[in-house]
Design a protein around this ligand. Sequence first.
Ligand code: DX5
Ligand code: ZN
Length: 221
Amino acid sequence: MAARVRLAPSLLNADFGRLAAEIQAAEAGGADWIHVDVMDGTFVPNITLGPMVVQAIRRATSLPLDVHLMVAEPRRYVGSFVDAGANVLTIHLEADRHPHRTLSEIRARGSQAGLALNPGSPVALAEDLVEDLDLLLVMSVNPGFGGQAFIPRALRKLRQARALIDAINPACALEVDGGIKLHNARAATDAGADVLVAGSFVYQGGEGPAANLVALRQTLA
Ligand code: DX5
Ligand code: ZN
């Protein structure tokens, strides 16, 4: 039987003035991980937060921190984010000329190593890295902003990624990030995703983060 799907609310659309309360609301709704989006204004147009804020988030929760680095040359920051408390540290394939080296360093420092693929990057580019991964992230939007529409072709990529993981490294998690809502969450897990990131769905609108997460879980039942 497939493992239980993990829900990883993204704080990108949370109220940054009340981060601890926003995290507690996600915990109350059954969040499995807290997804933290780090953007540098170079790899992506937006700028978000750095290791100091990850440290503050670390103090606010005992849930695993799933830190998504959307930064150029991420190897420069592996140590800072591991020390700040990242349990999973994900780099972008497109941001690093030597992803294998960086992924090895993440593991050597004691975090789990994740690799993210932009919508334009084929799954095949990850083929020779999957055995060294704890997580493969298929982006279903172009990274940089919350609240964008899910790119339907991501479902085909998830199926391809699921086949690759099952063949080479079944322990590797398969995460999808971007535009996940009630109407497409089930399609994403049916395609093989076992970690769902959801930002604007959780933190904007509805009945609040806890109730929104409960609804997301129910749609997967
Ligand atoms: C996009 C980020 C995502 C995003 C998710 O660059 O990596 O984590 O914030 O937000 P939604 O669910 O609104 O697409
Ligand atoms: Zn993300």
